[in-house]
Write a protein that binds this ligand. Structure first.
Ligand SMILES: [Cu+2]
Length: 125
C-alpha cells in the first residue's frame, strides 16, 4: 500500500466519522440557538421536507426568535404551529418569518405543520 493510498483511506474514514457525527449525534442532541443582539436566542429553521434543524435547544427566561425559511411550495408546510406558545404562523414561500416567544419553564415543546406531518421541538433548559 502506497502512502497516498493510506492518505485517501484516512480521509475517507474521517469523512464517514464526520457524517455519522453530524447526522446522528448532532441531530439527536439538537442545535443550541445562539444569543444575538437584543438578548434573543435566535435560530434559522429551514422548511423543506421537514424542519432543519428539528431540535432546537434554548435557555429559559430569554426570548427566542425562530426564523423560519420555507423553501418549498408543498401545501403541507404553509403553516407552522407552536401550540405551547399559542403560535400559528403562515410561511410564505421564500420569505423569512420570525416567530418569537419567551420560554419560562424547562421542557420540550413541539412545533409542527398544521397536519402534524412535519415535526420539530424546542428543548428549554
Ligand atoms: Cu403538513
Amino acid at each position: 500500500m502506497t502512502w497516498d493510498r493510506i492518505v485517501v483511506d484516512v480521509i475517507g474514514l474521517g469523512l464517514i466519522g464526520f457524517i455519522v457525527w453530524f447526522f446522528w449525534l448532532v441531530s439527536a442532541k439538537g442545535v443550541r440557538a445562539p444569543a444575538t443582539r437584543g438578548g434573543y436566542q435566535e435560530q434559522m429553521v429551514l422548511v423543506k421536507g421537514g424542519y432543519t434543524p428539528d431540535v432546537i435547544v434554548v435557555a429559559r427566561g430569554k426570548p427566542v426568535r425562530l426564523n423560519f425559511v420555507r423553501q418549498e411550495s408543498a401545501a403541507c408546510s404553509e403553516m407552522v404551529l407552536l401550540p405551547a406558545f399559542e403560535k400559528s404562523v403562515a410561511l410564505p414561500e421564500g420569505q423569512t418569518v420570525p416567530v418569537e416567544f419567551l420560554p419560562t419553564e424547562p421542557g420540550e415543546y413541539e412545533f409542527a405543520c398544521q397536519m402534524g406531518m412535519f415535526r420539530g421541538k424546542v428543548v428549554v433548559e
